[in-house]
Write a protein that binds this ligand. Structure first.
Ligand SMILES: NC(=O)C1=CN([C@@H]2O[C@H](COP(=O)(O)OP(=O)(O)OC[C@H]3O[C@@H](n4cnc5c(N)ncnc54)[C@H](O)[C@@H]3O)[C@@H](O)[C@H]2O)[C@@H](O)CC1
Ligand SMILES: Nc1ncnc2c1ncn2[C@@H]1O[C@H](COP(=O)(O)OP(=O)(O)OP(=O)(O)O)[C@@H](O)[C@H]1O
Ligand SMILES: [Mg+2]
Length: 341
């Protein structure tokens, strides 16, 4: 019986060891799992933190406001070749929540843009001899200006308009052909603290090479965006791409909210139009609301995440046939999902 007892003890000890090993394995695997997911969790955590800052700049909808208070945005762009781009930017500004959206374009583009949407106020002034005066008289009524979508390569007029806008301290988003002017004459916007540039990769490369007089190091985009922002006097800069990189020259935040693989034209216009409104809201809310992050960085993160969310939602319905118009249909629900839930 003593031998039987000994054998029982040995088997108990063995099962204890096995039990111990099993729990040890479970513990190690849970630590490993946690460690592996840490990167994405903290990334998502950071996105959530910035999204809550975006939420804080969205003005409340109340019955006490009059038309215009939530934003009167102007888009300078639209010519014979490009009527879609200014339309996308202007309608996006409205759908994000601006009250009024103006387009300043050439005469032949105006009728076309008006026929896309009765919601837009369209001024056929860009090719008139007194274009600057025509735009200038509207500036006191505007809260934000988006310069460039579908503009074509016009320079003298733009330079004067940007100068007048700066004098009025209005946020200016420069995109597309507006960036061409900045590439020719960086001083037009250099150092303007309410200026935002939203280049795609090609526009960014041209701008970088114009300012640094050397080819860009394509392997380190974070470094390049910081360098360009600093060279532009710490201007807010958004380099659009697989990840959107947003900087003011002192820090880079990235927006990689899932979009889709669909890259139809016009998505950048949706972004710049949204940016016009969010920049106004961010400045209205002030640094106190956005805490440690500069107001324009918060606005830029908002515009990027919204564009990508619209892309994702439109893609779920339309797949490869997704177009920017489909994305614009999604602005309302994407906005609600990101900033109002
Ligand atoms: N429906 C419309 O009216 C549209 C008009 N658009 C206007 O078209 C004009 C020209 O804009 P573009 O964006 O074509 O500018 P560019 O004329 O500078 O062309 C950029 C080119 O670079 C290519 N590219 C973009 N990202 C790249 C990358 N990561 N690597 C390599 N190549 C890359 C694009 O295919 C494009 O052909 C602007 O006025 C713009 O606003 C666009 O906004 C698209 C929609
Ligand atoms: N590879 C990518 N993966 C995911 N999203 C992307 C990718 N490239 C661009 N985007 C997103 O698409 C939007 C527009 O960027 P894009 O580079 O297409 O601008 P653009 O060339 O100026 O567009 P447009 O045709 O309006 O001129 C941005 O919000 C960006 O985040
Ligand atoms: Mg563009």
């Amino acid at each position: 019986s003593r031998t039987r007892k000994g054998a029982a003890h040995a088997s108990d000890a063995r099962s204890d060891v096995l039990q111990y090993l099993r729990s040890l394995m479970l513990f190690i695997s849970s630590v490993f799992e946690r460690y592996c997911s840490l990167g994405s969790t903290s990334h998502r955590g950071m996105d959530d933190d910035i999204l809550s800052l975006v939420k804080s700049i969205v003005p409340p909808l109340t019955s006490k406001k009059h038309k215009g208070q939530d934003g009167r945005i102007g888009i300078i762009g639209g010519c014979q070749d490009y009527t879609g781009a200014p339309y996308f930017a202007a309608i996006s500004a409205l759908k994000v929540g601006a009250d009024l959206s103006h387009v300043f374009c050439t005469k032949d583009a105006a009728t076309v843009i008006k026929s896309y949407s009765p919601e837009l106020i369209v001024h056929p002034v860009l090719d008139s001899p007194n274009a600057v005066e025509e735009i200038e008289k509207w500036l006191p009524r505007l809260h934000g200006l988006v310069v460039g979508p579908g503009l074509g390569r016009e320079d003298l007029l733009l330079k004067t308009v940007i100068e007048k806008c700066k004098a009025r301290d209005i946020p200016i988003v420069i995109d597309a052909d507006g960036l061409w002017l900045v590439t020719q004459q960086p001083s037009v916007i250099q150092g303007y603290q309410k200026g935002i540039l939203t280049p795609n990769f090609m526009e960014f490369t041209r701008l970088y090479e114009a300012l640094h007089h050397e080819p860009m190091d394509g392997s380190d985009h974070q470094r390049s965006v910081m360098q360009l922002s600093v060279a532009m006097g710490n201007l807010t800069l958004v380099l659009k791409g697989e990840q959107d990189l947003i900087t003011d020259g002192s820090k880079v935040i990235s927006c990689s909210i899932e979009g889709s693989g669909r890259r139809c034209g016009g998505q950048g216009d949706l972004l710049s139009g949204s940016m016009g409104v969010l920049a106004h809201w961010a400045h209205d809310a002030g640094e106190k609301k956005t805490i440690h992050l500069k107001t324009l960085l918060v606005a830029a993160f908002g515009a990027c995440s919204l564009t990508r969310q619209c892309n994702s939602q439109a893609f779920q319905q339309h797949g490869r046939s997704t177009t920017t118009s489909d994305m614009i249909q999604e602005i309302g629900s994407a906005f609600k999902k990101l900033f109002e839930s």
